[in-house]
Design a protein around this ligand. Structure first.
Ligand SMILES: [Cu+2]
Length: 481
């Protein structure tokens, strides 16, 4: 470590890699080990080892250029896994060992993150935090035990690559589900950006000048990327996918918000949604007409097919004005074609307070051992930045915790827009639910989450609006002893 290095971004990155190479020397493979900031505040804690031995499922995912056709008269070239959009559905049994070889045929570095799965740190897929990014023409193998069961997704964690097509669903099936259903459909909602994603330009983003609101830069609004539409399983509403059902079936929908910057309101015309899982974790079923979810959140809902006809599965952008994403739910006994009915906007909407985890999260009762009070806000000044406690990642202090602590994070959102905050490597309790991503509402919205420090390593905690993340709204949570 160079004590005379300037305190800067480069120093922080250097610190991470100095730690990584030291540890890597012990195991003989620096590039596959997480980096650690080892300094006066404590020494790093050894992460759980990755799984060794035979995998139950082995998959190869090649990231490359490819064409997508979100509607019959529209196509564009973007970045894809296995030439598919969304990427291939990975489906394994709870507890199985999954091994995925990422082959990078892109002209850029990339990684894969297993969103929501509490994997060992070294396979979490966060560049410069848990691994070196995978270079063009190179490959990297992610092996981990797929548990607990749930609806997850995987995506690139490099820059703005998620807003291309580098995402796909991951289903870990329960051995013993707490609700009955006949079969399931995976429903991936996304926002559609045909071109290369870029951060909003500094001048276009506002910030400190005209229209700054009453509380300085932190109160500034946001700029929505120029989306050309909203997608269900890669399709625009002009060319919607169809979900076939038979009257009397109980159909489990696994809804994934894989968007980069969209909060969706989801409903199915003519049917109640019995929400059975939040972020993959089982909850006591809650019957609602709709739910809202932010980027990175998932809900499973069982729908009883008791209303024959043709109906829209619809997701409206709550923060955009694109036409809603739509699929069609069709009963197979229908005679002739019927036009699906447009849902009404009335009815009950799921609230976080409605969610009760079937099994409570261990180790988060009582008074926390450590509490972080964090403010979420727009950065002050001219540039497009988003901050946690005034710091924009990567030029931001790690949040240090000790193994086995009960950690509480309280967030207050001083900006006017929602931040879906995601914690890597852990589930947390929010209210009576267990989740890995939670929306913090704008205009001084507050959320408190609690987790048990049971997965050592260095974990990103960040806003899952990709543009907020890329503009600084992230911290590393670092285990020290
Ligand atoms: Cu955000």
């Amino acid at each position: 470590m160079q004590p005379d290095e300037p305190r800067s971004l480069s120093r922080r990155r250097l610190l991470q890699w100095v730690g990584a190479s030291t540890l890597g020397g012990l195991a003989g493979c620096a590039s596959q080990l997480p980096g650690f900031g080892d300094d006066a505040d404590g020494s790093a804690v050894t992460p759980r080892p990755t799984v060794t031995g035979d995998a139950d499922t082995t998959v190869s995912l090649t990231a490359s250029d490819g064409a997508i056709r979100p509607a019959t008269d529209q196509s564009t070239t973007t970045w894809l896994y296995e030439g598919q959009f969304p990427g291939p559905e990975l489906r394994v049994q709870e507890g199985d060992v999954l091994s995925v070889e990422l082959n990078n045929d892109l002209d850029a570095e990339t990684t894969i993150h297993w969103h929501g799965v509490p994997v060992p740190n070294s396979v979490d897929g966060v560049p410069e935090v848990t691994q070196e990014p995978v270079a063009s023409s190179d490959s990297f193998t992610y092996t981990f035990r797929a548990e607990p069961a749930g609806t997850y997704f995987y995506h690139s964690h490099v820059g703005l690559q998620l807003d291309r097509g580098l995402l796909g669903p991951l289903v870990v099936e329960e051995r013993d589900p707490h609700v009955e259903y006949d079969y399931d459909y995976v429903v991936v909602f996304d926002d559609y950006l045909p071109g290369e994603p870029t951060l909003p330009s500094d001048e276009g983003a506002g910030g400190g000048g005209m229209g700054g609101g009453g509380m300085g830069g932190g109160m500034m609004g946001d700029v929505r990327p120029p989306y050309e539409g909203l997608l269900v399983n890669g399709q625009l509403p002009e060319d919607p996918p169809t979900f076939d059902v038979t009257e009397g079936d109980r159909v489990r929908f696994r809804f994934v918000n894989a968007s980069s910057a969209t909060v969706f309101g989801v409903r199915i015309t003519g049917h109640e949604l019995n929400v059975t899982h939040a972020d993959g974790r089982p909850v006591d079923p809650v019957a609602v007409d709709s739910f809202a979810f932010g980027a990175g959140e998932r809900y499973d809902a069982v729908v009883e097919a008791t209303n024959p006809g043709s109906w829209f599965v619809q997701a409206d952008a709550l923060d955009g004005d694109e036409p809603p994403a739509r699929a069609v739910l069709t009963y197979d006994q229908l005679d002739g074609v019927r036009n699906p009915e447009t849902p009404s906007s009335s009815g009950t909407r799921l609230r976080y307070e409605d969610l009760r985890a079937v099994t409570p999260l261990d180790g988060v009762d009582g008074t926390p051992d450590r509490t972080f009070d964090l403010t979420l806000s727009r950065g002050r000044g001219q540039s497009y930045t988003w901050t946690i406690d005034g710091q924009a990642y990567p030029d931001a202090d790690p949040l240090r915790i000790h193994p086995d602590e009960h950690v509480r994070i309280h967030m207050e959102n001083q900006s006017p827009v929602v931040h879906p905050m995601h914690l890597h490597g852990h589930f947390f309790r929010v209210g009576d639910a267990i989740k890995d991503t939670v929306m913090v509402p704008g205009h001084m919205g507050e959320v408190t989450l609690d987790f048990r420090a049971d997965n050592p390593g260095r974990w990103l905690f960040h806003c899952h609006n990709l543009y907020h993340l890329d503009a600084g709204m992230a911290r590393v949570i670092e285990y020290v002893e």
